[in-house]
Design a protein around this ligand. Structure first.
Ligand SMILES: O=P(O)(O)OC[C@H]1O[C@](O)(COP(=O)(O)O)[C@@H](O)[C@@H]1O
Ligand SMILES: [Mn+2]
Length: 657
């Protein structure tokens, strides 16, 4: 065999890890075995919108999969309440264990029974993993015993006796609680291999920061950014406009916990400014959304702050629109089109009266300029966002584990839309003098979004990147937004409902046609019956009979409305798409009340499942992206073995195997 210099260099590198024929060969054999296992389970969720309790419950219950496994393993012989209790224990072991223990008359017997049930369950969920993988998922300090319990063979000795002895010692040495908790964690860890979040973690719901904490603790997660995420990323990067935008939503939802409690960002100066500036204004139009008014706090103060940040947002929007003619948003710099004396706005040629004509901080001669006080507030907020360590950690995580889109195991994942023309071609959008469409546009957006956070502080590239992050939030041709305009101004200031309409990109019409999904998949280099598009962003109105399954099953929109404020519209409370070795299954969740009820009343989320795609044969690891990489490694290792055998590369000293 002829080796190129480059190939030889690579094989030499590989030879450092696999120093002998025996070492390379045993790795090949190990991988061959792995490739024949069923593929791991992937879960997809989107549009979590700060609903951390529902999210945590769905995460803990593996979207209902764990309860199903418990039912299979324990069977009808065990009463339903006991199965529900065991499920709650697996979901929330730290909270549920003390409660269950307190109820037992014979704690020893209960420990024994519970440990045995957890071992059976754990064996069941680990059955499609290699022993090596399971071992790596085990906690360090009791991994050995768990490994024994999970992998013991009973051909030549009695299972009950064997388990019995180990369990007796665990209980005798007061380790039962620790082992129960560890088993629960391992069961959850093994039930789902990988989690994909198809955007919109932030806004509307109470605690997106807690969702991010859970994601950061997850073993394998990726995120496709949503429009609500990029605007928070822009805020953390230092864009005053993105900051005003996230504050606007936060105040409209009277939802200060994330900001003040979660991120330690104080709004005190803003509050003082708003109280003072809008003391004599009628702020009834600025009260938080009706169903958000029960939360504690002074609603008038919130309304005044809401107005204060919105006016600053409108000024900064006018500035950003002016310095980015590329964005094609001329006319949406509304402050420049208001006749302050008449109280009207020239709205793309139509004159509308304004619903609120009170602009004490606007200079009609220069309406986009912040006042000196507003400048100070904006600068202080930029500093607070930059100095919030927790927010910065969360945003760094979004950059590191997130992207504009992702291709994984044949599927294409993105939040919003691939902008299209009326006749279904990919729309070409021009930025910086170059028109791009489809995949090129996505790659370009990804790069610009990263610039906003990573380019050197104060550089033009960083500033431009931050403006771009804002564009991605609400621009008509932003693939994360996919609507003609974000009509925030119209809803606040113009009575005519016609002006408030947001028209969806033609994409949303074209996806009814199976050819559209195929066309998009091809654009991204994917094909075959097993390839699907996973999309979020647009709440599926299940209540009106709308199906999340579009384009003959090739595209699935999984925004089921985790967000409580949207339950009325969707009639459900979110979806999880599950991709396991048998195919694609959509799980539809019913509203979830609270973690507290889940723990103390064993109230689980009700979910129903339907198959979207059944694989013609079981999907194995070898059919996945990881399998592809492993097969390439086998080819390289085979070449290494040949190089050893032909004397091109010298073997190291055999290590004991
Ligand atoms: O319902 P809200 O919170 O007032 O927000 C409405 C705005 O949110 C948007 O729907 C964007 O949010 P989504 O990405 O969740 O759809 C805008 O199109 C609309 O203007
Ligand atoms: Mn969205």
């Amino acid at each position: 065999m002829q080796y190129s210099d480059e190939h030889l260099r690579y094989l030499r590198l590989l030879s450092q890890k696999y120093q002998t024929v025996a070492a390379a060969a045993s790795e090949i054999i190990r991988i061959e075995a792995l490739l024949r296992l069923p593929k791991g389970t992937e879960h997809f969720m989107s549009d979590l919108h700060g609903e951390h309790e529902a999210f945590v419950h769905i995460l803990n219950s593996a979207s209902g999969v764990i309860r199903e496994k418990i039912d299979t393993v324990l069977g009808n012989g065990v009463p339903a309440e006991e199965r529900a209790e065991l499920a709650t224990l697996v979901y929330y072991p730290n909270q549920k264990l003390p409660e269950l223990k307190a109820r037992q008359r014979d704690l020893h017997a209960w420990y024994r029974m519970t440990l045995l049930r957890l071992i059976d369950l754990c064996r069941f969920v680990s059955s499609k993993h290699t022993r090596d993988h399971v071992r790596r998922c085990l906690p360090q300090n009791c991994g050995y015993i768990l490994d024994e319990l999970l992998h013991a063979h009973f051909e030549d000795h009695d299972k009950d006796q064997y388990y019995g002895e180990i369990i007796e010692s665990i209980i005798r040495y007061d380790r039962a609680d620790a082992y129960i908790i560890r088993f629960c964690e391992v069961i959850k860890r093994l039930a789902v291999d990988r989690l994909h979040i198809v955007g919109d973690l932030f806004d509307r719901g109470p605690r997106p920061d807690r969702i991010l904490d859970s994601l950061m603790a997850h073993h394998q997660v990726d995120i496709q950014w949503g429009n609500h995420d990029v605007v928070w990323m822009g805020a953390a990067a230092g864009s005053p406009l993105c900051i005003m935008t996230v504050l606007k939503t936060t105040l409209a939802y009277n939802n200060l916990d994330t900001l003040e409690g979660g991120y330690g960002i104080s709004l005190r100066r803003l509050e003082r400014f708003a109280q003072h500036t809008y003391a004599d204004s009628d702020v009834s139009r600025w009260l938080p959304h009706a169903d958000q008014r029960t939360a504690a706090g002074d609603l008038t103060a919130a309304a005044r702050m809401h107005k204060a940040v919105t006016v600053m947002m409108l000024k900064l929007e006018a500035q950003v629109i002016a310095r980015n003619p590329d964005f094609d948003l001329q006319g949406r710099d509304f402050l420049n089109h208001i006749d302050f004396a008449a109280g009207t706005v020239d709205y793309f040629g139509t004159t509308y009266p304004l619903l609120d004509c009170d602009f004490p901080t606007v200079d009609p001669a220069n309406p986009a300029a912040l006042t000196a006080d507003e400048e100070k507030i904006a600068a202080e907020l930029v500093r607070s966002f930059a100095e919030s360590e927790r927010l910065q950690r969360h945003v760094q995580f979004l950059y590191a584990h997130g992207a504009f889109y992702k291709m994984c195991n044949g599927n294409l994942l993105y939040h919003g839309a691939v902008p299209m023309t009326e006749d279904g071609a990919f729309a070409a959008i021009r930025f910086e003098g170059t028109a791009r469409s489809g995949k090129q546009l996505f790659d370009y957006c990804d790069r610009r979004a990263r610039q906003g956070y990573s380019a050197p502080a104060g550089s033009p590239a960083r500033l431009a990147g931050q403006d771009f992050l804002w564009y991605l939030w609400c621009g008509a041709k932003s693939p994360l937004f996919g609507r003609s305009a974000m009509t925030t101004f119209e809803r606040l200031y113009i009575a005519d409902p016609a002006a408030q309409v947001e028209i969806k990109d033609p994409y949303y019409r074209h996806i009814a046609d199976p050819r559209t999904a195929e066309h998009i998949l091809r654009e991204f280099g994917l094909s075959g019956e097993g390839s699907h598009i996973v999309n979020g962003h647009v709440p599926v109105r299940a209540i009106e009979g709308e199906s999340p399954i579009k384009g003959g099953g090739r595209l699935i929109i999984i925004d089921g409305g985790f967000c409580r404020a949207y339950h009325r519209r969707t009639g459900i409370a979110g979806y999880t798409l599950v991709y396991n070795s048998r195919g694609l299954i959509l799980r539809t969740h019913q509203p979830f009340e609270s973690v507290d009820k889940a723990i103390h009343e064993d109230e689980d989320i009700a979910s129903k499942s339907e198959y979207i795609y059944t694989a013609p044969q079981r999907i194995l690891v070898r059919d996945t992206d990881e399998g592809g990489r492993k097969q390439a490694l086998i080819r390289d290792l085979t070449a290494l073995v040949e190089a050893y055998q032909s004397g091109v590369i010298a073997q190291g000293v055999a290590q004991e195997m």
